[in-house]
Design a binder for this molecule. Structure first.
Ligand code: GDP
Length: 550
C-alpha cells in the first residue's frame, strides 16, 4: 500500500513549513498515549490517581476517588446527567512527566462498561494491563485484551496490591503466558508479599527499592534504594525472603527471555511491573520505564495507506460520542483522536463521509475535573468537539488530500432485548429514533431471522447502553418503549455469511439473527453453547468482532 510520509518525503523549501514540521515532529516525539485495561476493583482509579500525582497534575491523591464516590451515589436520570458530566471530564487525562506529554484515555468500566470501552482502545497507542495480584486475570481484562490484540497494541502489565497476600509471582507470569499467549519480561521483581512485602528489584538499574509503609499514599512515596551487591541488604531483609528472591531472580534471568522491544511493540511480549498503587509503591518505576518503552503516536491505516503522525495535514477520527442527557441542552460531544498534523482552534476541515466542510470552533480538551477549551493539539491527543449531530463513530475529518480511516469494528454484544413500541401512532418517531441512535453508535440493532418478528433487538455490551437508548427515545423522540429481555449473552458473526450457514444446516443451541447490514449473527445463551456449536460444526468460522460496513 501507498505510504504517505511526513516531512522527509515532502519537497519543502518554505522555511515556515520546515519550522512547523519540526514542531510537529517534536510534539509527536514527546507524546505517549495509553488506556488501562482491567477488571473492576483491580485498582484502576487508584493507579490513575497516583499517575496524576506523579505527573504533578494533582497535588494530593483523593480527587479522582471522591469523584467516583459521587458517581456511585447517583441513581436517577437527572443525576445521571451529572454522571455524564463526570465521565465526559475523564475521557482523557493529559499530564506532563519529565519531557513527555502523557494522555491517559479513560476506559469506562463498572456500570458504564459499554461498547465505548472497546472503542477507546481504537484511539490508544499502548495499553496498561492492571492485574490484582490475588486474583490474576479476570473476565473483563481478558475481553479488553482481545481487543488490544486485534490492533497488536503493546501491553504493559502492572501487578497490583503487593502489600496484600497474593498469588506467587511466577504463577501469575505463567498464567499470562499460557492464557494470553504473551511472552513476559519482568522489569522488576517483588521481594515478599503481603505483610512481608519488602520492595522490588529493578532490573534496569539493578537496584532494590525498599518498601516503606507510609500514610495512605496521598503524596509521592519516598523510597530507599540500595544496590544489589550492598551487604546491608541481608540485614534489611529477612534471610529466607532474601534467598527466595535470589532463587526466583535466577529463574527469570536465566530461563526467561531477554527484553525484546520489537516484540513488545508488536504486542507479543509484555513488560511486567509489580507494585502497590495504594501505597504509591512501584508507580514511579513504572512511569519511568513506560516512557522509555511505550510506542509514540503510531501510524493509522487509511484509504491513502498508512498515515504517519508527522504527515503535515491534520486528520483524525471519531471514536466516541457522548450525548447530553439534559433535554434543555441536547448537545453532543464527539471525541476525536488526532492522527496527523496539528490541530488548531477555528480550523476548517472536511468531513470524509458527507464531503461537508466544518469549522471546528469550539474544541475542548478534557482535563481532570474541569473542561478547558484548547487552542491546539497534536497526534496522540484527544479533542472533544461540540457535535451538532453530523458525526458518527469512525468518521474521519481531514485537511488537504481526501482520506478516510479504517473505522471501528462492531464488538460482540452481551445483552439482548426486543424493543417494543406499544403506541402505533408513534411508529415513525420510533423508526427514526432507532435508526439515528444506531448510526450514532449508541447501540447495535439486530432483527430476528424470523420475518414475523419485526421488533428490533437492542444488542449492547453494557446495561447502560440500553438504558440510554430508552431514555433518549423518550426524551428526544417522544416514544415510550418497553423491553423484552432475551436470554442470550454471546454473539458471533458467521464468517462467510448466509451461504456458510446454509451449508451446515440446522444449528442447535443457538438462534440466528441479522445485524443492520443483513449479516447473519448467532446468539448463544452462554459460552458453553458456543463451544458446543464450535464442536458440532468445525467448518463454521465464527467471529467475535465484525468489520464496519458503511
Ligand atoms: P477500580 O475499580 O479498578 O477503579 O479500583 P479502585 O482503584 O477503586 O480500587 C479498588 C479497591 O482496591 C479500593 O478499595 C482500593 O483502595 C483498593 N486498592 C487499590 N490499589 C491497592 C493496593 O495497591 N493495595 C491494596 N491493599 N488495596 C488497593
Amino acid at each position: 500500500s501507498l505510504k504517505v510520509k511526513g516531512p522527509l518525503y515532502n519537497e519543502v523549501t518554505d522555511p515556515s513549513f520546515l519550522c512547523m514540521s519540526s514542531e510537529l515532529a517534536t510534539a509527536v516525539e514527546s507524546r505517549r498515549n495509553f488506556a488501562i485495561i482491567s477488571h473492576p476493583d483491580a485498582g484502576k482509579t487508584t493507579l490513575t490517581e497516583k499517575l496524576l500525582l506523579y505527573g504533578g497534575a494533582i497535588h494530593e491523591a483523593g480527587a479522582v476517588k471522591a469523584r467516583r464516590a459521587q458517581r456511585h451515589a447517583t441513581s436517577d436520570w437527572m443525576e445521571m446527567e451529572q454522571q455524564r458530566g463526570i465521565s465526559i471530564t475523564s475521557t482523557v487525562l493529559q499530564f506532563a512527566y519529565q519531557d513527555c506529554q502523557i494522555n491517559l484515555l479513560d476506559t469506562p468500566g463498572h456500570q458504564d462498561f459499554s461498547e465505548d470501552t472497546y472503542r477507546t482502545l481504537a484511539a490508544a497507542d499502548n495499553a496498561v494491563m492492571l492485574v490484582d495480584a490475588a486474583k490474576g486475570l479476570e473476565p473483563q481484562t481478558r475481553k479488553l485484551f482481545e481487543v488490544c490484540k486485534l490492533r497488536s497494541l503493546p501491553i504493559f502489565t502492572f501487578i497490583n496490591k503487593l502489600d496484600r497476600p497474593g498469588r506467587e509471582p511466577l504463577e501469575l507470569l505463567d498464567e499470562i503466558e499460557q492464557e494470553l499467549e504473551l511472552q513476559t519480561y519482568a522489569v522488576n521483581w517483588p521481594i515478599g508479599m503481603g505483610d512481608r512485602f519488602k520492595g522490588v528489584f529493578d532490573r534496569r538499574s539493578r537496584k532494590i527499592h525498599l518498601f516503606e509503609r507510609s500514610g495512605h499514599g496521598r503524596r509521592e512515596a519516598k523510597t530507599t534504594i540500595v544496590d544489589i551487591g550492598d551487604p546491608k541488604i541481608e540485614d534489611l531483609l529477612d534471610q529466607d525472603l532474601y534467598f527466595q528472591f535470589k532463587d526466583e531472580l535466577e529463574v527469570i534471568e536465566e530461563l526467561g527471555p531477554e527484553l525484546d522491544m520489537e516484540m513488545v511493540h508488536a504486542g507479543l511480549m509484555t513488560p511486567i511491573f509489580f507494585g502497590s498503587a495504594m501505597t504509591n509503591f512501584g508507580v514511579e518505576l513504572f512511569l519511568e520505564a513506560f516512557m522509555d518503552y511505550a510506542l509514540k503516536p503510531c501510524a493509522y491505516h487509511s484509504t491513502l495507506g498508512d498515515i504517519e503522525p508527522t504527515y503535515e495535514d491534520f486528520s483524525g477520527f471519531v471514536f466516541k460520542l457522548q450525548a447530553n442527557m439534559d433535554p434543555k441542552h441536547r448537545d453532543r460531544v464527539a471525541f476525536i483522536r488526532v492522527c496527523s498534523g496539528k490541530f488548531e482552534k477555528d480550523m476548517t476541515v472536511s468531513h470524509a463521509r458527507t464531503g461537508k466542510t466544518i469549522r471546528l470552533s469550539r474544541p475542548q480538551k478534557l482535563f481532570a475535573q474541569g473542561r478547558a477549551s484548547i487552542d491546539e493539539a497534536y497526534p496522540g491527543d484527544v479533542i472533544g468537539l461540540n457535535n451538532p449531530g453530523m458525526f458518527a463513530i469512525g468518521d474521519t475529518i481531514f485537511q488537504g488530500k481526501k482520506l478516510e480511516y479504517d473505522g471501528i469494528p462492531c464488538f460482540s454484544p452481551e445483552l439482548f432485548a426486543y424493543l417494543k413500541n406499544p403506541n402505533p401512532s408513534k411508529f415513525k418517531q420510533f423508526q427514526k429514533g432507532i435508526s439515528e441512535l444506531r448510526e450514532e453508535g449508541a447501540v447495535q440493532i439486530m432483527y430476528s431471522a424470523d420475518e414475523s418478528k419485526r421488533d428490533p433487538i437492542l444488542a449492547a455490551v453494557g446495561q447502560l447502553q440500553i438504558e440510554v437508548v430508552q431514555f433518549r427515545l423518550q426524551n428526544e423522540y417522544g416514544v415510550e418503549t418497553r423491553l423484552e429481555l432475551l436470554p442470550y449473552t454471546v454473539a458471533r458473526w458467521v464468517k462467510d455469511g448466509w451461504p456458510a450457514l446454509e451449508k451446515v444446516g440446522r444449528i442447535f443451541n443457538a438462534i440466528t439473527v441479522k445485524d443492520s447490514w443483513d449479516r447473519p449473527v448467532l446468539l448463544f445463551k452462554n459460552s458453553w453453547n458456543l463451544h458446543q456449536v464450535n464442536g458440532d460444526h468445525p467448518d463454521l468460522v465464527l467471529d467475535a468482532i465484525a468489520p464496519v460496513t458503511s
